[in-house]
Design a protein around this ligand. Structure first.
Ligand code: PEP
Ligand code: MN
Length: 358
């Protein structure tokens, strides 16, 4: 990774750097942050002469060569200083709550609009609403483009940012063109490396946030971080990691709760961890427990399914969605747990500002 002296390289500087890298069969790609751009080296960056020549350039501040499978996501990477903000909050400094319906029902748009207002009232920062849904059976409701404008209406009426899942490039393009500020990659696509690369490339430089769920089939922690590395390496560093339950190891919960991996993630990567307790436990009565547990484990945020009238929802909402009243009390309690946990987290994973010595 090359860190420029100024906010970004000029075109002439890029040409010179690219020329040096090409001699060593390496290439360069920019990673746009909010205020500055840093540059990833693709290829084997261990050539000492290449590093020396790059560091000899007056406009290069530093070259980081982290030998890790996820060198951009690594906690030692320069991106650890990268600030991510959404809904007026800074991830890693403020608790972030994404809440709303699993699925927007285009036949009953008012439910979603009411839910959006209610989750705002309850204290959520981002409204979630599924437009396209990954369903186990192809005979169940798959989502609809008709829900795009319902999601946008909720954003406009509440003034809050919105989040939706995309499963392919066509949906991604529709969401990006519609200005959706937070894209979700679901558990089923978290190992779809082609999609992850396209997400990174298409949202590059747009400030789009990406909530990457953990696949229920992922094993080692590094596998999850590497999936995020694909998005970052393709150009978008605004990635949040979202544990959402892994393959069920016991009967009872929908998936096996995995919020306990939060400290392991925070030790290895700078990326904020936003836990989804809804898909993890799979029943609304258990969600508050799993949500507070996630915060006790040091999560930076939560992604929760919530509906004004769960029994009349579709998708996961009848089973999993909590009501706005429950959400409000959960957020209040959650802020307390979040604050109390910070001192333990800071001991091994200081927030970006501290890491940067600011
Ligand atoms: C969802 O968020 O509604 C969803 C389908 O989640 P997951 O990909 O975690 O199953
Ligand atoms: Mn769902």
């Amino acid at each position: 990774m090359i860190i420029p002296v100024e906010d970004r390289f000029t075109e002439e500087q890029i040409a010179e750097v690219t020329g040096i890298l090409a001699e060593f069969s390496c290439s360069l790609s920019p990673i746009y942050g909010e205020t500055r751009t840093i540059y990833a080296i693709h290829g084997d960056e261990r050539h000492e002469l290449m590093i020396n020549r790059l560091e000899g350039l007056s406009y290069v501040s530093r070259v980081d060569t982290i030998q890790s499978a996820y060198k951009l996501m690594d906690i030692k990477s320069e991106l650890a200083n990268h600030e991510m903000r959404i809904g007026g909050k800074t991830l890693g400094q403020d608790l972030i709550v994404v809440a709303g319906q699993c699925t927007i029902d285009p036949k009953n748009p008012n439910y979603f609009i009411e839910t959006a207002h209610a989750v705002k009232e309850a204290g959520a920062d981002v409204i979630r609403g599924g437009i396209w849904k990954p369903r186990t059976s192809p005979h169940t409701y798959q989502g609809s483009n008709d829900a795009v404008e319902i999601l946008l209406r909720a954003a406009e009426e509440t003034g809050l940012p919105v989040n939706t899942e995309v499963m392919d490039e066509e949906q991604l393009q529709i969401a990006v063109d519609a200005g959706v500020p937070m894209i979700q990659v679901g558990a089923r696509n978290a190992l779809n490396y082609s999609l992850l690369k396209r997400i990174g490339a298409i949202t590059r430089g747009k400030g789009t946030m990406v909530l990457l769920k953990r696949s229920m089939h992922m094993g080692p922690i590094s596998e999850f971080i590497c999936a995020a590395e694909y998005i970052v390496a393709a150009g978008n560093p605004n990635v949040m990691l979202c544990p959402r339950g892994t393959v069920p190891g016991l009967d009872g919960y929908r998936n096996h709760p995995d919020e306990s991996i939060t400290p392991l993630l925070k030790q290895k990567t700078w990326a904020p961890v936003v836990v989804d307790p809804s898909h993890s436990v799979g029943r609304s009565i258990y969600v508050p427990h799993a949500a507070l547990a996630a915060l006790a484990y040091g999560a930076d945020g939560l992604c929760i399914e919530c509906h004004v009238d769960p029994k009349n929802g579709i998708g996961d909402d009848p089973k999993q969605a909590i009501t706005p009243n429950t959400l409000a009390s959960l957020i209040e309690d959650g802020r307390d747990v979040y604050q109390r946990t910070q001192k333990y987290t800071k001991a091994y994973a200081p927030p970006a500002m501290l890491k940067a010595g600011k």
